[in-house]
Unconditional design. Sequence first.
Lengths: 284, 272
Amino acid sequence: MAKLTPLYFLIPFFALFTVFIILPLAYTFGLSLFNAPAAATSLFTNLVGGSQYSRVLSDVAFWQGYGSMLFLTCMWLPISLVGSLLIALFLDSRRGRLGAFGKIVVFLPYGVPTVIGTLMWGYMYTAGGPIYDLLAALRIPVNLLSPSAMIYAMLNVIVWEWMGYNVIILLAGLNAIPLHFYDSARLDGASSWQLTRYIKLPMLKKYLIFMSMLTIIGDQLLFNEPFTLSNLSSLPFGFTPNLYIFHVTYFLQEFNYAAAVAFIVIAISFIVAVIGVRFFRAED
Amino acid sequence: MTIAVLVALVLYFLLPLWWLAVSSLKLYGVEFSGNPLWVSQPTLFNYVYAFTNASYYPLARWLLNSVIESGFAGGLGALVAAMAGYALGKFRFRGRDAMTLLVAVALMVPSTAIAFPIFVLEQQAGLVNTYQGVILPSSVSAFAAYFMTIYAAESIPKEVLDAARLDGASEFRVFRSIALRFFRPALITLFVLIFAGTWNNYLLPLFVLRDASLYMIPQGLSTVLINGSTFPNLQFAIQVAGSAISVLFMVGLFVVCEKYIEAGLGLGAVKG
């Protein structure tokens, strides 16, 4: 019994995990090795080996999407790191009722269903909506739903959605700092800036690396937001890799090719994660 | 200074929610005229209208479907993840590291990569167009299992478990009466996160559900959006009322569970 105990606890999860993640992934990998003609009765006809993968490597629409997504990440990452750090430090220094209220306010958008959150911002961006009016009043004549400005429209939506989650994680990190650290620093005459610079920031470094990793991987997996925005305006269907896979599967019905794209995306995320974990371990 | 920063945070983070609340109290045709952030003659017409036309769009049914499917997925998902996390975090056995790695790699799988195979599989199993067809795949969360593994390792002192075993408690009893008690914040956190993930899921139901009477809220609302304007005022009523209620429900759940989520995420997400 004792030896088998962990097995009993593992069975329910891994049964579901195998059926709904491993098997589908194996199926997808199988698909990626074929190139079935449109009229074929089975998707597993015409074995082509790795040629779907070399097609992904030279797929301009896919890599352009990756490029715009990287651009998005380059803006999102610093905004979410600096923004959530400032908000967390602010709320941490004002515990009590006001701090608790601020925490709820920042966290609320994370609870808003992403499809609806994106739609709300989308309507606020359109002519006659408050954001459009605000930008006009500031003499910034930008239509955020135009193709060239769309990336900023999306940036705003994801910053709004995810800031609260990051703030909560950082607040938990700040809470974990033993109080006697502060006391001894104060005895030594440290200013509150020095407390932040030499105690809080170093203690939070691990959390910030973890957040960066989640942000970079999460960016590739964005689906609801770009998909909803694409209903309101014209968005390139390769805007995020996850959106591209959906487009190729659902609209183009090129199941074999979509499978190869999916595996390239997984491989890239994997590389990012390995690098991230290296950094993370180095901190411990 | 404190007040100024708080006002700025409130303005930015609550603006869209305020806008939605205000818009839902306006009549179709005047929703874009006048002040977008204020309503001078509020009316509940949209809410009444949206719920009294079930033969066109069964909004109440969509909400009910969402509650049922998200609730079961959240409960089942949190429980199986807790069991697996307990085993991976608290026992040493062969293959443990490989299993943990497998779960971590599964975190990176794009939802679109497995939606179509899940559909194919469910077609074989007769799960297409059923509640279970949404609930079962939604309950599997690699994040939840990964999170629970770390949480289990950090939160339960080994001595407590060993003491119970010395008293003659069976392994299942140890799990039920001790581990689950320590897991409480984590279980609530995962229930809420899986619930929200299912509530938000647009992609899987799109592949798996056929009958409009089985739709969940996101798919229902986007059907209304895409179907266009046979009845523009009904379309408007359903969109604003459906969105407002859906948001209110989720936000309420998050606010009620905020304390647990903070405690849960703090321990489970980063350490290890």
